[in-house]
Design a protein around this ligand. Structure first.
Ligand SMILES: Cc1cc2nc3c(=O)[nH]c(=O)nc-3n(C[C@H](O)[C@H](O)[C@H](O)COP(=O)(O)OP(=O)(O)OC[C@H]3O[C@@H](n4cnc5c(N)ncnc54)[C@H](O)[C@@H]3O)c2cc1C
Length: 237
């Protein structure tokens, strides 16, 4: 097979040297997760920086340490990068304590990426749970921004409660340019959508496997049962 994937083009002179970046915007996604929009301070670096959906970065909070986060933004949207941070320990707590205008160190882009070029002309089915939506958001927005390259783009996204769902400000876009199905394990009085686990909802929605690529990320238990449902629906490796 011919490798149609682009090569990473960002000139990383020293992969161990963090680039300074200013936190331009902080979005409170849930009680324990914030999304940070960062802008590289060096203009030339900022202009030349590019990345692929699925890649990650190392973010350092000076005096505290460095931690790994997916790039949740899409390289189709220029001038900034975004990452979502669930507060679990020392670096993530320090990040949550930052204010807009403060500076972090970023080493990026790192790691592999989704083979989206091989998926052109196919339907895409995103199955996400909780913070697992973070790496898929980059790919989803990339594919929605290059909409003509793909068939149907369907997203099934779930979390424990409505308050645990991230990226609510993008649902209109996801549901207009594609199809969006939301579910929660436990509803509150305002919840109008589906209630139940993601794999059960996948079974109900029953997407067709023909010419369709399924992409999933979330808690291991969700992935385990989502894969069983996908196999039942006729999806193959
Ligand atoms: C490729 C990749 C991509 C990732 N992408 C994301 C992302 O997009 N968003 C995101 O939120 N996270 C992501 N992560 C996870 C993220 O890197 C970690 O949550 C982060 O490194 C935690 O750093 P910390 O310093 O805040 O936590 P730490 O202080 O290192 O603590 C981490 C965990 O260890 C526990 N712990 C700490 N000290 C002890 C101890 N002495 N004894 C027992 N337990 C202890 C903490 O309670 C916590 O649960 C990703 C990880 C990888 C590998």
């Amino acid at each position: 097979m011919i490798d149609t994937q682009p090569q990473r083009t960002t000139a990383v002179q020293n992969p161990y040297e963090p680039q300074l970046a200013t936190i331009e915007k902080i979005i409170e996604e849930t009680w324990d997760t914030k999304t940070f929009r960062a802008v590289f301070n060096d203009e030339a670096y900022r202009e030349s920086f590019t990345y692929e959906p699925g890649q990650f970065q190392e973010v350092s909070v000076f005096g505290v340490g460095e931690a790994t986060f997916c790039l949740t933004s899409s390289s189709t949207r220029k001038g900034f990068i975004e990452f979502s941070v669930k507060k679990v320990g020392s670096v993530t707590e320090a990040l949550h304590d930052l204010s807009e205008g403060e500076v972090v160190g970023i080493r990026a882009p790192l790691g592999n990426w989704f083979p989206y070029n091989e998926w052109k002309g196919k339907n895409l089915l995103f199955i996400g749970g909780g913070i697992g939506m973070a790496p898929m958001r980059s790919l989803l927005n990339f594919c929605l921004d290059t909409r003509a390259d793909y068939g149907d783009i369907t997203t099934i996204y779930g979390a424990r409660t409505p308050g645990d769902l991230c990226y609510g400000y993008e649902y209109e876009d996801w549901g207009t340019k594609g199809k969006l199905y939301l579910t929660v394990d436990a509803a509150d009085e305002n919840w109008k959508d589906h209630v139940g686990h993601v794999p059960g909802y996948l079974k109900e929605i029953a997407p067709k496997p023909d010419n369709t690529i399924a992409i999933t990320c979330g808690p291991p238990i969700m992935i385990k049962f989502a894969l069983i449902e996908l196999a039942n629906l006729g999806f193959t490796d």
